[in-house]
Design a binder for this molecule. Structure first.
Ligand SMILES: [Zn+2]
Ligand SMILES: [Zn+2]
Length: 328
């Protein structure tokens, strides 16, 4: 029990806890590792305490869970983790369980401020409010946040660097609001129709198989030079391109696609492929056909995801957890 805990160990404990007969032992092991300085990466303290708080919240010990969530929030802030939405939501939920409703709502009011900034916040706030009999409040907050993000979304060109982030937050707020409204038994409004449409589109795009086309850095720069329009879907910079690719892979993983991998594109080969297939510009069908041709010809693929401490899939040589993992 005095082992050093790696990030993967914490992931494993989080996954095991719901099945465990003695979840409180797992939570205690996490807290002890933090207290004794036995984390392989000291920056994981916030994560370990968040998992401990979450496990404890399920064991009818709300006051203990509240204290752990508070420690988790502090630890995240100390290590420069910008988002404390997850431990904040656990704290709010545990405060409700402990009968401290006013404090719970005060905590949620803090999360409400992040609805238009943090893509995780909408689902967390919606779930905690619905679980504690406050679905109407959730509907009101999420509708207000949706108006704000849609307005921002409408003002941006798709080439704007902020576009993808705003699109993602819009999607998350839309889906969280839709879920809450279903819970309340409300009739579909136009935003609910939009939520269903976007989810259906996403599901279609996920039927696209496990292999994602990826441009290594010099190839991406060359491809953008030749086809500036690629920026709209593939990123205005290589960093954007990596982030978009990571997001795409993560979405497919969340959808149950397994054996995910990237396959490297080269600008020259793409140009040749586009010419022989009779299209001047590498539009989406051309890019998909090019990807399929690379798969068929046995081009080596890079499996995704790597371990958090392994070299990143993008080829940067940096650890995954310091490179593309936080980009999504
Ligand atoms: Zn619906
Ligand atoms: Zn990377």
């Amino acid at each position: 029990m005095n082992d050093v805990l790696s990030t993967e160990d914490i992931d494993r404990i989080a996954a095991e806890a719901s099945e465990s007969e003695t979840p409180e032992t797992l939570a205690a092991a996490l807290v002890a590792a933090v207290d004794d300085g036995r984390l392989a990466d000291a920056a994981d303290a916030g994560y370990a305490l968040t998992v401990a708080a979450e496990i404890t919240a399920d064991t009818d010990e709300p006051e203990v869970a509240i204290a752990l969530a508070e420690r988790a929030i502090e630890a995240c802030e100390r290590s420069g983790d910008t988002s404390t939405s997850h431990p904040s939501a656990i704290r709010a939920d545990a405060l409700f369980l402990a009968g401290r409703e006013e404090e719970a709502m005060t905590q949620l009011a803090v999360l409400r401020e992040r609805l238009t900034e943090d893509p995780d916040a909408a689902m967390l706030v919606g779930e905690v409010l619905v679980a504690n009999g406050q679905a109407e409040v959730a509907e009101e907050w999420l509708t207000e946040a949706l108006d704000t993000v849609l307005e921002r979304h409408d003002q941006l060109e798709s080439s704007d660097p902020a576009y993808d982030d705003v699109a993602m937050i819009t999607f998350e707020v839309l889906q969280a609001r839709h879920g809450v409204r279903h819970e309340l038994g409300l009739e579909h409004d136009e935003y609910d129709d939009l939520a269903d449409e976007m989810m259906a589109e996403l599901e279609d795009s996920l039927d696209d198989g496990p292999v994602v086309l990826f441009f290594p850095e010099p190839e991406f720069d060359e491809a953008l030079r030749r086809w500036p329009d690629l920026a709209a879907d593939h990123g205005a910079t290589w960093d954007d391109h990596r982030a978009i690719t990571e997001q795409e892979l993560r979405l497919r993983a969340e959808h149950g696609t397994t054996s995910l991998a990237t396959i490297p594109a080269t600008a020259n080969a793409l140009a040749t492929f586009a010419t022989t297939s009779g299209s001047e510009d590498p539009d989406i069908p051309t890019l998909e056909a090019y990807r399929d041709s690379l798969i068929d010809s046995g081009t080596p693929q890079t499996p995704w995801p790597p371990g958090r401490n392994d070299p990143c899939w993008c080829g940067s040589q940096a650890k995954y957890k310091k490179c593309c993992l936080p980009r999504a």
